[in-house]
Design a protein. Structure first.
Length: 73
């Protein structure tokens, strides 16, 4: 299995803050795996709405909330 994402430094900074349990700016391996699973879950949900497979979706607020709250994370 290969997983590859091109994301901004801003996103990676947020990801580290979210999954850094010690406050040292590092992420333990098990937390890294959890971050990867979360990203994959969100990506799969996004792709279901990306009809043209171009990395863009149009979704209203209620559908967005339904999508996010229906995810098993």
């Amino acid at each position: 299995m290969k997983v590859s994402y091109r994301l901004s430094d801003r996103f990676y900074d947020l990801l580290i803050r979210k999954f850094d349990r010690t406050g040292r700016g590092t992420v333990a391996f098990d937390d890294f795996i959890q971050a990867c699973v979360s990203i994959q879950t969100l990506t799969n949900a996004f792709r279901q709405h990306d009809r043209l497979q171009n990395g863009e979706i149009t979704i209203n607020y209620e559908d967005f909330l339904l999508l996010v709250f229906s995810l098993k994370m």
